[in-house]
Design a protein around this ligand. Structure first.
Ligand code: ATP
Ligand code: SF4
Ligand code: MG
Length: 364
């Protein structure tokens, strides 16, 4: 077992100068107040959905954000894109502090910072044609392409693998995967630098997921797009993200580059997540450990003291209840590999395979 000797976060490779990063999130908090009373609406508590999260995304890079349902992934994504007002901490995008900027004064940031949503059914207005859906953000942002809005919208349809002649069709005439492609075209219309993709494939059939992920990957390469890619499925993130952050109950518990996180995970929660996907070893000679995570994620209204994972952790000791483990880099760990655990341990677990590649252009 490793000791907890560590390099403080400030000295670790994870922290870098602002000049290199497109997105810098520092100690982000999003608390939803719980109110009681009909007239005075007294605040009696708060849902601490995101409770001190820090990470960076470089231009053109994809950072995966993974964790179980309710751990604060979407709230983080919404706070970063400023669909939600952060309660605390800072969000810097492209060198600008946008933490509390008013919507009207952050047009440039809004244009460069787009979001793709999980549900391709509710995120497109059913009364608008595909053409209108893609053109509207361009018009609202004063973007006037040389070839005109219609031609540009058709170009974008082609880029995402749809038939440009379907410009006048309505969302209900498309399948789930095709609708998600329309959402991607709408996000691309503003030529963003970063896309927050909130579980963009989890509502789709497994057979379609790989096609959409491959499309996003092609777009990332072709346009140098950066992604904050939110997923609970480690297989999807493995395929798409060069770095992965694991979230539990409002906090990041481990962050590392893809190779390190999958081959040398240190945090018990990451071990559990990595071994959650059932997989039979073809040789039958598997001595890697399989961990079954039991119990639910505790309520973010009243999270456990010390380490938030302790109520489900098989390694918990007294210190875990009294002291919160900081997110730090262990001596000897890969650069930028940080974990928040008093008893971190490198463990080989049964990890999910990458989802199989599929031609991005294949229309489902
Ligand atoms: N507007 C809100 N008001 C109160 N609580 C909220 C609100 N939005 C989210 N929450 C709570 O915040 C916590 C984090 O929610 P969030 O949607 O960010 O989780 P998630 O990781 O995206 O989960 P999932 O995988 O299910 O999408 C949950 O406990 C959720 O119930
Ligand atoms: S700090 Fe303790 S409870 Fe938390 S993950 Fe580590 S061993 Fe488990
Ligand atoms: Mg979510």
């Amino acid at each position: 077992m490793s000791t907890t000797k560590s390099i403080p976060a400030q000295q670790s490779g994870e922290k870098s100068t602002s000049g290199e990063n497109l997105l810098e999130v520092e100690d982000l908090q999003v608390h939803f107040p719980i109110r009681q009373g009909i007239v005075f609406q007294r605040q009696i508590g708060a849902v601490r959905a995101v409770d001190g999260v820090s990470f960076q995304v470089k231009p053109g890079e994809s950072l995966g954000l993974v964790g179980e349902s309710g751990c604060g992934k979407s709230t983080t994504g919404r706070a970063v894109t400023r669909l939600l007002e952060p309660t605390g901490g800072t969000v810097r995008f492209d060198g600008e502090d946008i933490t509390h900027k008013k919507v009207a004064s952050m047009r440039a940031a809004r244009q460069n910072l787009q979001m793709i949503f999980q549900d391709p059914y509710s995120s497109l207005n059913p009364r608008h044609t595909v053409g209108t859906i893609i053109e509207t953000p361009m018009k609202l942002n004063g973007i006037n392409p040389e070839q005109g809005h219609k031609k540009r919208a058709q170009e974008l349809l082609e880029i995402v693998g749809l038939n440009p002649e379907h410009y006048n069709r309505y969302p209900n005439e498309f399948s789930g995967g095709q609708r998600q492609r329309i959402g991607i075209a709408r996000a691309l219309a503003l030529k963003p630098k970063l896309i927050v993709a909130d579980e963009p494939v989890s509502a789709l059939d497994v057979s379609i997921q790989a096609q959409v992920v491959n499309l996003l990957q092609d777009l990332q390469r072709e346009f140098g797009l950066a992604f904050l890619f939110i997923a609970h499925d480690l297989a999807v993130v493995r395929h798409f993200s060069e770095r992965v952050a694991v979230m539990y109950l409002g906090k990041i518990v481990e962050i590392a580059d893809r190779e390190t996180l999958y081959s040398r995970p240190q945090h018990p929660y990451t071990h559990a997540l990595l071994s959650a996907v059932p997989e039979v070893d073809p040789d039958g000679a598997d001595n890697r450990e399989r961990i079954r995570l039991t119990g639910d994620v505790p309520s973010p209204i009243n999270p456990p003291s010390g380490c938030r994972f302790r109520t489900r952790c098989w390694k918990a000791q007294d210190i875990c209840a009294s002291e919160e483990p900081p997110l730090v880099q262990l001596i000897g760990s890969a650069d930028g590999h940080q974990a928040a655990c008093h008893f971190p341990e490198v463990k080989q677990v049964v990890a999910p395979e990458e989802i199989p590649a599929a031609p991005a252009s294949a229309a489902e």
